[in-house]
Design a protein around this ligand. Sequence first.
Ligand code: B12
Length: 213
Amino acid sequence: MATTASRIKRVVMVQPASAGGNFEYMAIPRQGMLFLSTALGQWEEGPFFYEREIWFEDRSGLMDPDKDLEDVDVLLVTALINEAPRAYHLARLAKMYHPDLVTIGGGPQMSPLPEEAFALGNFDVIVQREGEDIIAPLCDLMLTHPEGTREAYLEKVPGISYRKDGQVIQTRRQGLVNPAFAELPDYRSIKDLSPDHPMPGGVLETVRGCTEN
Ligand code: B12
């Protein structure tokens, strides 16, 4: 963890390598990290500013959780089921090498299964459902209050799980994030994205949630 008292904090956001590869032909990064990065980048109400790097392992190669997370303050991990084994492995090693690093998980696999994520990934917090509106205040909280003193603050954050005295505590969340909250995906923070190393395909989000009601 960065030891300086700087107001600038470093966040690495990872979409872990998928088992068997990300499709047959090409890696298509998902949108979740891109919108969370926008939300962190536009946050001005808290004590910190967030410098982000989005690391899609299927595209940029595997991260070394020892070397690549030095001087990083927060690790955000997303996962679908086919990325969950690597996600948990990575998060566990990250915590082992950097005990003070804040680790937060989320996405379609961990959201409904926080117990699995805590047991296998040893995360500090799991975010359930959408995350744009709470991610910056949550990072502020985690970086301001040391482990063991956070619970009173965490219980006020809607839609998360955390551990307290060996139990998993879940907070309730109602409603959806306003679609204009983080307007555009933050492609600029993607690691290694340049004209020499473009993405072969991308996704455009037109509607959030289930299109079949
Ligand atoms: C569009 C879509 C696709 C597209 C585009 C994929 C892409 N690469 O972008 C296509 C058709 C290609 C596809 C393929 C697959 N998909 Co798909 N897909 C979806 C769909 C409909 C929307 C995903 C999306 O873009 N959402 C918008 C983004 C912004 O939301 P998000 O990713 O959920 O992220 C938000 C939150 O989850 C949260 N969050 C996410 N990660 C994190 C991390 C942290 C730290 C925090 C704090 C918060 C957080 O914050 C984000 C912003 O609010 C969902 C169903 C749904 N309605 O959600 C299924 C879904 C994600 N797909 C699913 C699956 C299984 C797959 C495949 C593995 C299928 C297969 N066997 O090949 C592949 C994997 C491809 C890949 N590598 O991504 C499952 C995942 C279930 C699971 N437990 O893993 C879902 C949930 C459908 C379902 N109900 O089964 N998919």
